[in-house]
Design a protein around this ligand. Structure first.
Ligand SMILES: Nc1ncnc2c1ncn2[C@@H]1O[C@H](COP(=O)(O)OP(=O)(O)OP(=O)(O)O)[C@@H](O)[C@H]1O
Length: 208
């Protein structure tokens, strides 16, 4: 499913960040832990192809993604990878539905309205389909960001601090949703976090 080896990265004027090797099979879930500044976001961005690796290899479903470029990489990411960002990057003036339809459009994939309905229902926000993002609560907006990430049933989901801004009730809901979706869709799941509340939910942990 996902396998990385000997990854490292250096920002201009930064120190060399070295990352442990990752090896996850379908539906396997793990937390990525580490102090602020240890490189959790950088690691997720490398593993998902958002950041070009300078050293090492990443295989996802047998494809060496460090060798993919441009539109081929965008297309691969659209099909195989779901990413939930630390800030949700939703377009506040657009409806929930149009936010969701944007990601397959940008990846050059078909836009399927029925799939949007299905995912929103699965996440318990079917009634918010035509609401604008600015009309949602923080917990609802986070569920839209999750919906966007899982729309194409990706083989791997990355989530960067998905619960840090949520209260205990929404935190519980979001982590259970992510774990359920990962089991149901057989998606591997990697969550970068320093949220101690998640530790009891996902036993496999990698610390930077
Ligand atoms: N665009 C950038 N340019 C230069 N340095 C950067 C950039 N992004 C991150 N860094 C540096 O790289 C290191 C790792 O940052 P990263 O955001 O990956 O850590 P993190 O563990 O996710 O932190 P946090 O928990 O605070 O979000 C930090 O020292 C940070 O200052």
């Amino acid at each position: 499913m996902i396998r990385s080896a000997s990854l490292s990265y250096q920002y201009p004027n930064g120190k060399q960040l070295r990352f442990p090797d990752v090896n996850l099979s379908a539906a396997e879930q793990c937390l990525l832990l580490g102090e602020s500044g240890s490189g959790k976001t950088t690691f997720l961005h490398l593993l998902s192809g958002l950041l070009k690796s300078q050293q090492g290899a990443i295989h996802i479903n047998g494809h060496e993604i460090t060798k993919l470029k441009g539109s081929a990489l965008d297309h691969f990411r659209g099909q195989h990878i779901g990413f939930i960002f630390q800030r949700n990057h939703l377009i506040s003036a657009l409806s929930v539905k149009n936010n969701l339809l944007m990601s397959p459009y940008l990846a050059g994939l078909p836009q399927r309205s029925e799939r949007v309905d299905e995912v929103l229902r699965q996440l318990g926000i079917g009634d918010k389909k035509n609401s604008r993002i600015q009309e949602l609560s923080q917990g609802q907006a986070q569920r839209v960001a999750i919906a966007r990430a899982i729309l194409n049933k990706p083989s791997i989901i990355f989530a960067d601090e998905p619960t840090s801004a949520l209260d205990d009730k929404n935190c519980e809901l979001v982590i259970e949703l992510l774990a359920d979706i990962s089991s149901q869709n057989k998606s591997a799941l990697i969550i970068a976090t320093h949220d101690q509340r998640l530790k009891s939910h996902i036993p496999k942990q990698i610390t930077l």
